[in-house]
Design a protein around this ligand. Structure first.
Ligand code: PGH
Ligand code: CA
Ligand code: ZN
Length: 305
């Protein structure tokens, strides 16, 4: 059934597990995520970015996810990931999204508050949950303490931000980043900062840029011709620790892209006579599903639906 992010994240925060938000852009990735959730008996957040909406078309994306939700036995939400403006949010709510992110993290503090508050007023009047972001995810590239402080989430500011906006959940910057190249050296997250934020903020906390970039998937992709030199993600024990310190929602996109690409490269090379798209894409769907199931076990959401 289709529910809001609040319905999924408040129990998660109470019971100290995290719900995965998996980015989808087509039928294959949606079915991979939904089938994984059903098999793991896990709640799940289906996340769609503005660029995925441009790729697939808003009515198609919304229709697919709503159909999946009606037909499956686990609770799921349809969530706008990294919504940048009021118009995108409005369109998604009209299309039936049950949760929206307004990402004003690039704005000044007061402007981020004003935009987020405006979205919260609209969304709450329609029964839709809102996620906002404070701090920037590019923190890993900053080398000095001053540079890091400037982009990572300030705990006091986070407390004030949530109070003044009335937002339902908050994405924090503690050293993760989007994509397959997260660290040049050793992976490092600011867990002390997370602990302080958790003390100041009463709503569920969200970790973006949380893909682990599993080396076995990278190696398979490279074996079949991909170029991924230097690809590195968040180690699984860091994810486990982040959950234990109060992260309730974890966003995964890159690991699904890697699984998709590695599976298709392998399939096309190993089965040169096959040209049935269902077989080619079916191998990718299966690979993404296995990744999603492993995440649900890692996050502790398996068995919670
Ligand atoms: C993410 C995904 N989506 O909003 O934050 O991050 O690139 O680490 O999968 P990854
Ligand atoms: Ca952002
Ligand atoms: Zn993100």
């Amino acid at each position: 059934m289709l529910v809001t992010n609040n319905d999924l994240l408040l129990p998660a925060m109470r019971e100290a597990y995290a719900v995965g938000a998996f980015n989808i852009n087509n039928l294959e990735s949606l079915l991979a995520v939904v089938e994984a959730a059903v098999e793991e008996r896990s709640p799940v957040i289906v996340a769609v970015t503005p660029s995925s909406i441009r790729y697939a078309g808003l009515p198609y994306v919304a229709g697919l996810v709503k159909t999946a939700a009606e037909r499956s036995s686990v609770p799921m939400s349809l969530h706008l990931d990294h919504g940048k403006d009021f118009e995108t949010v409005t369109n998604c709510i009209s299309a039936g999204f049950t949760s929206v992110m307004i990402d004003g993290s690039h704005l000044r503090f007061e402007e981020n508050i004003a935009l987020t508050k405006r979205v919260v007023d609209l969304a709450h009047s329609k029964g839709v949950s809102v996620e906002a972001e404070l701090g920037r995810l590019t923190g890993v590239e900053e080398s000095t303490v001053e540079q890091r402080e400037a982009v990572l989430t300030d705990p006091d500011a986070a407390g004030e931000f949530v109070e003044r906006t009335g937002v339902d959940s908050l994405a924090v910057a503690i050293g993760t980043s989007h994509g397959a190249y997260k660290f040049k050296g050793e992976p490092k997250l600011d867990f002390e900062r997370l602990r302080l934020i958790r003390e100041k903020v009463k709503v569920p906390l969200v970790l973006h840029g949380a893909s682990s970039v599993p080396q076995w998937i990278v190696e398979k992709a490279v074996k079949y011709g991909a170029e991924l030199t230097g690809a590195k993600g968040i180690p699984e024990e860091h994810i486990r620790k982040a959950v234990s310190l109060g992260i309730s929602k974890i966003n995964i996109d890159t690991d699904l892209r890697l699984a998709f690409t590695a599976a298709i490269r392998e399939f096309l090379t190993e089965s040169p006579k096959v040209f049935d798209p269902r077989k080619i894409l079916g191998s990718a769907r299966e690979a993404m599903k296995e990744v999603v199931k492993a995440k649900m076990r890692l996050f502790g959401s398996s068995g919670k639906a």
